[in-house]
Write a protein that binds this ligand. Structure first.
Ligand SMILES: *[C@@H]1O[C@H](CO)[C@@H](O)[C@H](O)[C@H]1NC(C)=O
Ligand SMILES: *[C@@H]1O[C@H](CO)[C@@H](O)[C@H](O)[C@H]1NC(C)=O
Ligand SMILES: [Zn+2]
Length: 334
């Protein structure tokens, strides 16, 4: 095991940032032991593990998002995801036409798995997406989600600073590749479709099978069969998928590979609060609730975010009208 020590960078002050002993200013001897000595001793076993900010603590000493670049240097590169989308800075792109989907309506059985960071479902059928100014046809490989705590903020992308409760990622790769590893060597080899969720008062019955399945995979590496689902039933009606944002980015977990053409849809998928809370049933490897499974937003670094026609424009016209009428004293709060 000890040969791993040589692969590790030396322990630095920044390794301890984020540890609760420091943030809470309760720097006891026990903290000193667990923050400084234990990591030195345990590093060969646990030091390389990446984790979300909610998992960073003295005993686990896994590497939180601000240290992912030590796990894989790509995580510190310049076109990382997720980002905050500032709608008034997005650029209208007429080439962002509606998508063409195939196989999205096909009903299939698959395995849903708690992989220690999320719930993931591999897609065993051929389902493809093209159009929408994608270079070529991409086929669906897997989908997984990112969420908060009990329906609180949990999406990865944010819109004008707003974080939605959850975000679905359907990961696709160019059809000509057989393995995701190969697609990740191509700067546009992967296309991820990202959907937000919003809390609604009515239950989204199309998600019942999925959310009930979560109870059977509470522990890391737990898996269960998900029967008779289709991709269509998990996403939006096609008419609501014409409004979306597009930019070039990366995977949002290590290795953070910069090979992703991102599509983030404007309309959120509705789930009720119980459905959102059901994701708290899942547990991280250490048995704590799997919550806060999102990477913080990354610098845009001059990248342009494009929008399809329809997005944001109507909203801004309404805002302009509202502000004109407010300025003219035509509306008053009641
Ligand atoms: C699901 O779990 C069983 C054991 O409970 C294991 O044998 C099987 O390989 C797992 N399947 C997947 C896809 O992880
Ligand atoms: C789809 O779009 C219509 C019209 O904008 C809207 O009324 C409806 O709520 C949307 N549905 C979803 C699921 O976003
Ligand atoms: Zn993701």
């Amino acid at each position: 095991m000890y040969h791993y020590i040589r692969d590790e960078p030396p322990l630095r002050g920044s390794d301890l940032v984020g540890c609760h002993c420091w943030s809470h200013r309760t720097f006891t001897m026990r903290c000193l032991l667990s923050a400084v000595l234990l990591p030195l001793l345990l590093r060969p076993c646990t030091g390389a593990d990446w984790c979300y900010q909610t998992q960073v603590s003295c005993p686990s000493h896994c590497k939180g998002p601000d240290q992912w670049k030590l796990v894989n240097k790509d995580c510190g590169e310049s076109r990382q995801s997720p980002i905050n989308i500032v709608t008034k800075k997005t650029v209208l792109d007429e080439r962002l036409t509606p998508f063409r989907f195939t196989g999205y309506q096909t009903v299939f059985d698959s395995t849903m798995k708690n992989n220690g960071h999320s719930v993931q479902v591999n897609i065993p059928i051929t389902a493809t997406v093209s159009g929408g100014n994608l270079e070529e046809t991409y086929k669906a490989v897997q989908f997984h989600l990112h969420w908060g705590n009990n329906g609180g903020p949990g999406s990865e992308h944010t819109i004008d600073g707003e974080q939605y409760p959850m975000e679905l990622h359907i990961v696709h790769m160019k059809q000509r590749y057989d393995r995701l590893e190969d697609a990740l060597k191509d700067p546009s080899g992967v296309a991820v479709l990202g959907f937000f969720y919003e809390e609604s008062t009515s239950t989204n019955k199309k998600y019942n099978e999925f959310t009930h399945g979560l109870r059977s995979i509470q522990n890391t590496n737990g898996n269960t069969t998900l029967r008779k689902i289709s991709l269509n039933q998990l996403i939006l009606p096609e008419a609501n998928m014409t409004n979306y944002y597009r930019y070039d980015g990366s995977l949002t977990t290590p290795g953070c590979t910069e090979a992703v053409v991102w599509t983030v849809f404007e309309n959120p998928i509705p789930l009720d609060i119980q459905q959102l809370k059901s994701f708290n049933d899942l547990k991280f490897k250490d048995g704590s609730p799997m919550v806060g499974t999102f990477r913080p937003i990354q610098p845009r670094n001059g990248r342009v975010v494009y929008r399809s026609s329809g997005v944001a424009v109507i909203a801004s016209v309404i805002l302009i009208l509202a502000s004109i009428s407010a300025a003219l004293g035509l509306s008053r709060p009641n």
